[in-house]
Design a binder for this molecule. Structure first.
Ligand code: MN3
Length: 206
């Protein structure tokens, strides 16, 4: 009989209070989204990892090692959703304005200007049919920034891209505040809640 030590992953604390993103995203939405959705992905993951060979590995490694493995689909989905949501919370901060630092120059050179960037982000995020995520990524193969979308739990690290910011476009992210109006959620988020310091740090870390 083999005894394994089961290590439980924990949820990073929300980087602000529940009402910190209001009125653009309500405290009720953040509460349900973080304390119910995000927490449930983590609980599911910890349950799935009990006595599993991936137990005790880092979250990024669990994601990469479970991807495309038909036995570990549920582990991949829950691990990636834990990662995506933590990244999403950090992608937002009220009143952070427009791009900063080196990323500001890169956005100008790859998109033309900030308005064109926002237009492209909105277009891509609207075109994600059903649940998923919209991302600003750095693509090492072209050395350019790119707006991408991924379905369900999928994420840029699988394609070797570096995520800089993300927006959750699952309906649970906006339905209480915006009902079916995904475009209004996107506009408010892009105009008022992007954490450009976080995005620039991610860009500088590449
Ligand atoms: Mn979500």
């Amino acid at each position: 009989m083999k005894f394994m030590q089961n290590i439980k992953l924990t949820l990073p604390e929300l980087p602000y209070s529940l009402d910190a993103l209001a009125p653009y995203i309500s405290a009720q939405t953040v509460d349900i989204h973080y304390n119910k959705h995000h927490q449930t992905y983590l609980n599911n993951l910890n349950n799935l990892l009990q006595n599993h060979t991936l137990n005790g590995k880092k979250l990024d490694d669990i994601i990469m090692l479970s991807y495309d493995n038909s036995n570990d689909v549920a582990i991949f989905n829950n691990a990636a959703q834990v990662w995506n949501h933590t990244f999403y919370w950090n992608s937002m901060k009220k009143g952070s304005g427009t791009p900063v630092g080196k990323l500001q120059d890169k956005i100008k050179s790859d998109f033309g200007n900030y308005e064109a960037f926002k237009e492209e982000f909105t277009k891509v995020a609207l075109s994600q049919f059903g649940s998923g995520w919209a991302w600003l990524v750095f693509d090492p193969s072209t050395e350019k920034l790119k707006i991408t979308k991924t379905g369900n739990a999928n994420l840029p690290m699988i394609s070797g891209q570096q995520a800089l910011i993300t927006i959750d476009v699952w309906e649970h992210a906006y339905y209480i505040d915006y009902q079916n109006r995904r475009i209004e959620y996107l506009k408010n988020l892009l105009d008022n809640l992007i954490n450009w310091e976080f995005a620039n740090q991610n860009f500088l870390a590449i």
